[in-house]
Design a protein around this ligand. Structure first.
Ligand SMILES: CN(C)C(=N)NCCC[C@H](N)C(=O)O
Length: 288
């Protein structure tokens, strides 16, 4: 089993993560808190109240976990394609796999990465939603002191299953949309690359960026539900389950609720995934 894809997936994921985290924090707050009037209001309030550090809340755990999550995504994707088509990463330029096989491999990678991502993503979302500034007076201390304290509090208060709250919505968000992610990336690379050659850096950047946008646009409805389910349980249970969360969000806020954060998801997706795919392709060529 080739391991290069796992390592390249890890490093490229870390590059993308740092670039996109401030966008992600604003998006999570807009999806789960009703105190903000829009993107600008959320950015201004976060900056005034918490300084620039507020945008990077909850980042240390994803940085630690991206090794596992992104390497599972890219490693499982590439190895599933190897199993389906008997071609390695290098051979796939000369013998391009069908889009059906790419979609199946992407969905498989998405499904497995969602399970690894679930507890880390939950902790990230809980920490991102703490709006207290870092320098604190004792009366308004944030509930969680950091990722380890957050994980141990959830384990104590909600049990081990508490760490997987929202994981069904996460699986539904990531399985089909990662199929779309890799199909879009490969489709655009093939479109702008002469047959049998490797795509240029510009092509990889553009194809990676648009793959990110296409996948995040389709992922946003379940992304909203996932974030709400993950925040549920903090102050008692509001929803009876994922379907109840969907129905009650729809009843209270209308159809628009499923598109909350779509602009930010798309704006974040381009640079994050352009950088992710560029570093992934570059590392694999370097090690060949
Ligand atoms: C739509 N979804 C869930 C994705 N495209 N996921 C792949 C993750 C790529 C990158 N780390 C990111 O956060 O955009």
């Amino acid at each position: 089993m080739p391991v290069e894809e796992f390592v390249a997936g890890w490093i490229s994921g870390a590059v993308g993560l740092v670039l996109g985290h401030p966008f992600d924090t604003v998006k999570v707050r807009l999806q789960t808190q009703s105190t903000y009037q829009g993107i600008v209001d959320c950015v201004v309030k976060t900056y005034r109240h918490e300084s620039v550090l507020g945008f990077f809340k909850g980042m240390s755990f994803p940085i630690a976990s991206v090794a596992l999550v992104n390497s599972v995504l890219f490693g499982v994707y590439s190895n599933t394609l190897l199993a389906l088509t008997a071609t390695s990463h290098q051979e796939r330029r000369a013998q391009p796999p069908s889009y059906t096989n790419i979609f199946i491999a992407g969905c498989t990678g998405g499904l497995l990465q969602a399970y690894c991502l679930a507890p880390f993503d939950l902790i990230k979302v809980r920490l991102q939603n703490q709006t207290e500034p870092r320098m604190q007076i004792a009366s308004s201390m944030p509930r969680y002191r950091g990722p380890v304290h957050c994980a141990s509090s959830i384990l104590r208060e909600e049990g081990p299953q508490g760490l997987f709250r929202g994981s069904w919505a996460l699986v539904l968000r990531d399985t089909p949309t990662l199929g779309i992610y890799f199909v879009t990336y490969e489709g655009l690379c093939r479109q702008y690359t002469p047959e049998g050659q490797n795509p240029s850096s510009a092509t990889v950047l553009v194809a990676g960026g648009f793959a990110g946008i296409a996948s995040w646009i389709t992922a946003t409805p379940f992304d909203v539900i996932k974030s709400r389910m993950q925040m549920d349980g903090l102050k008692g249970r509001k929803y009876g389950g994922m379907l109840d969360c969907m129905a009650s969000s729809f009843r209270q806020e209308g159809i628009g609720v499923f598109f909350k954060g779509m602009t930010l998801n798309s704006a974040r997706a381009f640079p994050v995934n352009a950088a992710t795919f560029l570093s992934y392709e570059y590392l694999l060529r370097l090690w060949r």
